[in-house]
Design a binder for this molecule. Sequence first.
Ligand SMILES: *Cc1c(COP(=O)(O)O)cnc(C)c1O
Length: 403
Amino acid sequence: MSLDVRAEFPQFTRQLRGRRLVYLDSAATTLKPRPVIEAVMRHMATETANVHRGAHQLSDEATEKFENVRERVRRFIGGVSTNEIIFTRGTTDGLNLLAQTLGRSILHMGDEIFLSQMEHHSNIVPWQMIAAEKRAVVRFIPVLDDGSLDFVAFKKMLSPRCKILSLVHLSNALGTLNPVRDFFKAARAHGVQCVLDAAQSVSVLPLDVAELGCDFLVFSGHKLFAPTGVGVLWGREDHLNLLPPYQGGGSMIAEVSEERSEYLKAPHRFEAGTPPIMEIMGLGAALDFVGHLGFDPIQAHERAIMEYAETELVKIPDLRRFGNSPQHRHIFSFLLGGSHPSDVGAILDEQGIAVRSGHHCCQPLMKRFAIPGTVRASFSIYTNEADIADLVVGIKKAKEMLT
Ligand SMILES: *Cc1c(COP(=O)(O)O)cnc(C)c1O
């Protein structure tokens, strides 16, 4: 294997049910490396102060470090200015922010919001909420049998009624990597605002907002080796400044009187209240960690693991895989014969193997395939061949017990 980073992840010192930990649920959240843990602890132990309130040295130091993370995020995704980088609580928060600001300001009765059948609930529900309020319509781009998006159907659906297209880059349920550039290019020709859910792709491939061709991009820190409670929303500066605020409070205003308030520009306009400072320090450390590894080795490792897993798993009789398109990454979703996914998940859990079973917050997708859910094994930079070998043994055992 090209990467050997397990020693950096203290969680591997743990045992699960008396066995070595086999963590195959990185699509739900990644484990945290030592530098991230240390950055969070350092802030809590000796560097605690609020940011942007000035007036003393600790606060100035914290503010400088905090704003420096914003700069590192900008570089990480190829942004032009730090004013384009908004700290959120995560992907869900970023998508709610967009539905409530972008959606609220541009949608009218009869307008259409395009999503796909493979969206995470967090990229469906916020849009349904604003659509109900604005009497707009949510439409779904179909998913083909191999787990890819139907581009032809999408082109036929496009019309001047479509105002927003919000798509997942890499499906958390299937592992499909969508050719989002093509979708955004076609949509933007119709003046559609394009949103990218990069929650899964952010840890497995280098992202460049200019190249992706989206108007907005969101991701969560905790799927990129950083703590929970922090995420990022990227948008173009002029664009963000046209949007109304999301939440009101401290730090987002230029001036407040009894009659009215004047708002700051982006990013502060969208960052009401004290931000998750220690989580953001952790995010900064996570970006450095990934930056030091480099995406070439990360992708080579992921490819090698995936190839090994595919070779071994397809040998198991009655294993039905979901998401067979050539373009997929780090996620293997399957069913075993007629067994319920949660039964398979429970038997794997008894063997100390952490996989996810269920609908993966993608109920419309499960309905599309007419299944209750899948068992999902997801891989990351610390996944090794022994993990896959244990998974194969675990699945064979589940098969024996269930058939
Ligand atoms: C995890 C995930 C989300 C939601 O992220 P949160 O961190 O729970 O807000 C959205 N979309 C995809 C593709 C995901 O994997």
